[in-house]
Design a protein around this ligand. Structure first.
Ligand SMILES: Nc1ncnc2c1ncn2[C@@H]1O[C@H](COP(=O)(O)OP(=O)(O)OP(=O)(O)O)[C@@H](O)[C@H]1O
Ligand SMILES: Cc1cn([C@H]2C[C@H](O)[C@@H](COP(=O)(O)O)O2)c(=O)[nH]c1=O
Length: 225
């Protein structure tokens, strides 16, 4: 039986705990026989990874940042995401376009209308004959107070250009996510990311079970082992 692809994104401010759960969910889905493609943004292709290095390391203005993240996204969609969805894979992506609205838009003040134009331009006409804009089927939003996320990152390695931003920046970014979630409540599932790792996993897996994408909480346990 052929299955249709699923596109699931992980979003939240730096230090929210997203990356800690990507591989766990991939393992739980694979244990149920699904093919899973794991990727991240910015990045996911050789070209997009080169753009990521520039974005995280070089000083630039916010519009330049926006143009680079969307250029990387176009390449990622064409070379990795669309082919995987066409095969019927579940695509798990650590960050996607909501990050651009939250970081470049709410965080750095790039006009939301400009970002919406880039979103439409970059996320359509990817597959011949398909006009619909590619969007995630589900966005797992790791919601956390910026102060707690900063504490979690404090012991980590040298911060990149984004992680080094002041708390006030992350307050605006967090607000940006809240706005995006309010505008698309069916797509977003909010997780209380302040809880310990096991509880966050329980919240996450129950979202997948409710949507019929994981068979049961017992199957979801595969992601913890
Ligand atoms: N629920 C949790 N409770 C306590 N610490 C956590 C929790 N989840 C993750 N951490 C720790 O917090 C730090 C950040 O986690 P992680 O890298 O998963 O976050 P992230 O959202 O992917 O961050 P970034 O976007 O900066 O990559 C790590 O040191 C991780 O071990
Ligand atoms: C997709 C995307 C990402 N960013 C920022 C957000 C993060 O600080 C970094 C990526 O680092 P991570 O450790 O992989 O989370 O990039 C952004 O500003 N805009 C975007 O569209």
């Amino acid at each position: 039986m052929s299955r249709s692809g699923l596109f699931i994104t992980f979003e939240g401010i730096d230090g929210a705990g997203k990356s800690s759960h990507v591989e766990g969910l991939a393992a739980a889905l694979r244990a149920q026989g699904r093919q899973v493609t794991v990727s991240r943004e910015p990045g996911g292709t050789p070209l997009a990874e080169r753009l990521r290095t520039l974005l995280l390391g070089e000083t630039m203005d916010a519009l330049t940042e926006s143009l680079l993240v969307f250029a990387a996204r176009r390449d990622h969609l064409r070379c990795v995401i669309e082919p995987a969805l066409a095969r019927g894979d579940v695509v798990l992506c650590d960050r996607f376009t909501d990050s651009s609205f939250a970081y470049q838009g709410a965080g750095h003040g790039v006009d939301f209308g400009v970002l919406a134009k880039l979103e439409r331009m970059v996320q359509t006409d990817l597959v011949p004959g398909v006009r619909a804009m590619r969007e995630p089927d589900l966005t797992l939003w790791f919601d956390i107070a910026p102060e707690l996320a900063a504490d979690r990152l404090a012991g980590a390695s040298v911060p990149d250009r984004f992680e080094a931003q002041p708390l006030e920046f992350f307050r605006r970014v967090a607000q940006g996510y809240a706005q995006r979630a309010a505008a698309a409540p069916q797509r977003f599932a909010r997780l209380d990311a302040a809880q310990d790792r096991d509880r966050v996993w329980q919240q996450l897996s129950s979202v997948l079970v409710r949507r019929g994408w994981l068979a049961s909480m017992a199957a979801a346990q595969e992601g913890l082992e």
